[in-house]
Write a protein of this length. Structure first.
Length: 142
């Protein structure tokens, strides 16, 4: 029996995590509050319909080098304070959305898809928009 190296354990964990996200997105269907990531607890609550002044959303699209949408691209957003990473797998339109993000934290975004990856983009605490648009362009990995 082969022993599990730390790299294999990490690979298995990452694979299971991505699979879980994909299943949750497929089974979720239309959620209260709209589609594309508005799946946070209480997103249909009337008290939260009034936008929280301390949260924002980041959304955008992922495109391939030839400007086609990237269905099935994995978009990751990292909280630079806690190092927590959330993932979103794009649907047929190549769109992603991350809602309920703190306005007091910087975030880093990147996308990967079939051996391609985007440059890392940063959403700064100094950006005071409630809905930040970040479009990601995939390129061959360097």
């Amino acid at each position: 029996m082969k022993s599990l190296t730390p790299l294999r354990v990490l690979a298995v964990g990452l694979t299971l995590g991505l699979f879980t996200v994909a299943v949750a997105q497929q089974q979720g269907g239309q959620q209260p509050g709209g589609s594309y990531g508005n799946w946070l607890p209480g997103s249909g609550n009337k008290k939260q319909d009034k936008e929280d002044a301390n949260t924002r959303a980041v959304q955008g699209s992922v495109k391939t080098p030839d400007e086609n949408v990237a269905e099935g691209a994995v978009v990751q957003i990292k909280n630079t304070k806690t190092m927590q990473v959330r993932s979103f797998i794009t649907k047929a339109d190549g769109i992603f959305t991350f809602a309920g993000l703190s306005t007091g934290v910087d975030y880093e975004l990147k996308a990967t898809f079939k051996g391609l990856e985007s440059a890392v983009r940063t959403v700064s605490t100094f950006d005071d928009r409630k809905r930040v648009i970040v479009n990601l362009k995939l390129e061959p990995k360097k």
